[in-house]
Design a protein around this ligand. Structure first.
Ligand code: UDP
Length: 236
């Protein structure tokens, strides 16, 4: 495999599948099988999952809820998704640990960096729930930060499109996928990969990001095998 230790970021919205809300069990199953395939090859895997399918902090203000309160609600939403993924991975025989940025002993361990690294070394899949535990951040920032903390080789950002395109591939048939970009090019060309906090954390700490379509079966395995026909690699 091309990378030994990876941090996989999945958006909460992707878990909805074709539903309007919540968690689609078929999508969960599909993700579990994709993850199992690379894990069986000896890849050390950490996962950060978003919460957008259940709640986003920015929604809060519109409904008259305090923003910070809303952000905590968003963080709790990520724990629900993380528990769903944990359960599905375990059903398929993988060993997992859920570590939370907010203390919640009944359902998960607190995030302790050294312990997270130990789990990874032992081949357990570590799922990071509750973001970094602070409001005004996103799960993309969580992915970058945790990747740096556990010394992951790369952040794999699973999205609905297979990387960065020269134009919007859903609107322009001539749009082509860009294989490699530097962090500086992403900024100068205005491509929207992650929020700036998440993005600069990776840039400054030299952690490459691969943007790829997690919903296309086999894609995760292809990019981990080093095939160049998948996703866009962003590096220094
Ligand atoms: N959130 C937060 N701090 C964090 C991570 C998440 O406050 O460290 C909140 C924030 O309100 C965010 C919500 O949790 O909107 C859900 O996460 P996100 O929107 O990143 O999920 P995704 O878009 O990936 O589904």
């Amino acid at each position: 495999m091309k990378y030994k230790r990876v941090l996989l970021k999945l958006s909460g919205e992707a878990l909805m599948g074709n539903q309007q809300y919540g968690i689609d069990s078929e999508r969960l199953e599909q993700y579990a099988m994709e993850i199992k395939a690379i894990h069986e090859q000896g890849v050390e895997l950490a996962i950060v999952i978003g919460g957008g399918n259940i709640y986003r902090g920015v929604q809060a203000e519109a409904s008259g809820i305090d923003r910070v309160q809303g952000d905590y609600m968003g963080m709790l939403a990520t724990v629900i998704n993380a528990m769903a993924i944990q359960s599905t991975l375990e059903k398929h025989g993988m060993y997992t640990r859920l570590m939370s940025g907010i203390k919640m002993e009944a359902v998960c361990e607190p995030f302790i960096r050294r312990r997270a690294v130990r789990h990874l070394e032992k081949g357990r899949i570590v799922i990071f729930g509750a973001g970094i535990g602070n409001p005004y951040f996103t799960t993309d920032s969580t992915a970058s930060l945790r990747a740096i903390e556990v010394e992951a080789d790369v952040v794999l950002k699973g999205t609905r499109v297979d990387g960065v395109y020269t134009a919007d591939p859903e609107k322009d048939p001539d749009a082509i996928r860009i294989e490699n970009l530097s962090f500086d090019e992403v900024i100068s060309k205005g491509y929207n990969i992650m929020d700036m906090t998440a993005f600069t954390l990776c840039q400054e700490n030299n952690v490459p990001i691969i943007v790829f379509d997690m919903n296309k079966p086999g894609n995760l395995m292809s990019l981990m095998s080093g095939q160049e026909n998948v996703g866009t690699l962003i590096s220094n």
